[in-house]
Design a protein around this ligand. Sequence first.
Ligand SMILES: [Zn+2]
Length: 417
Amino acid sequence: MNCFSARQKPGIWRLGLIALGFAVSACNAEPEPEDREYRLDFVVTPMPEAAAVAVSMEVSQGRHWLREVEFDFDTRYSDFEGDGQLDIGSDTVKWSVPKRSGSLNWTVQIPNRRGNSFDAYMDIGWAIFRAEDIIPRKSSVTAVDVTSKTTLRFDLPAGWSATTPYRERRGVFSVENPDRRLDLPSGWIAMGSLGTRFDTVGSTRVVVTGPSRQGVRRMDMLALLRWNLPELERILPAPMRRLTVVSGGDPMWRGGLSAPTSLFIHADLPLISENGTSLLLHEVMHVAMNLKVADGHDWIHEGLAEYFSIELMRRSGTISDRRYRRAIRELREWSKDVESVCGRESTGPVTAAGVTLLSDLNAELAENTEKTIDDLLYEVLSRDEPVNTQTVRDIAETLLGSPSKTLSADILGNCSD
Ligand SMILES: [Zn+2]
């Protein structure tokens, strides 16, 4: 006996009900897994005058699979409205999702301060932010064994366009993230009067975008990526399929920030600094590694990103061997007063100390084995669990055949695991 799936056309559904009468209600067979899917469509409408966006989250489902969603939100969010029951607390909103279809709407202010500047901003002609800034994160979902098919659309003023980390077809972005129960968009988004360049480098679809007339060096960035992504692809366990680079000028934060499959970099910053390091490639490494590091072991994340960003440039010929050695020497010098690399956040001299450790470990591997630091990176990235200092020691010991002298340094002494 056939059961009707949510994918059948409404007309067929009605005809079937009439033809089969009571037999339809007697059908208890579970839908096939591919049918246990509901639609989640986000529509974003900018309101530049208010530096805000209106967001609509529309759910359509064949059965009452997605029953309840609870979101955490902060003071930038307001005007929650929805079909069905809505319980709005001071910092959470609980939505009882209607049986078949319904929408939850809200308004959110875009600008978000980070020190003296902003890591999310909206002006009259443009906006740069992360999807996480406009779509609150879920704290709980009531839905079992179902997946969402999520899309993201923009209702834009004339002359505007939008770029996201996702694949676009006729103005609709397909959102694909690992958590399929409630697949929320994430990563960097730019919208407004944009200039955008696309390219494919190896297996990676690269998009570089930024507001017009802000000095965004799209072609320079594409060139640097074209030189270095092939080297990166050689050392990753799995290729990076997409990379979206969003760039913009003041008052955006004067630095680089990575997010899932995307990054932001301030338009005024050099792509390669005088000391032979590259902020763009450092952030690319963060995106490519997508590494989970245990609390207190951030040196691994930052050390690997910085070490390999310089190493990639040496291998690709972007910088000479001599300049590479000088860059590592300068980082070693900068890190000489660091007493411990362990802590919640690794910055400046601590990251430089992480690079020094990895460089020494590479030398130790070369001296004793056929292995290289690439093998260590491969193993680190192949772990499912968040990595810590002991994980790195264990991997190094396996590669060396004995404990690493480099990783028994005092500077790693108080890294609690
Ligand atoms: Zn970093």
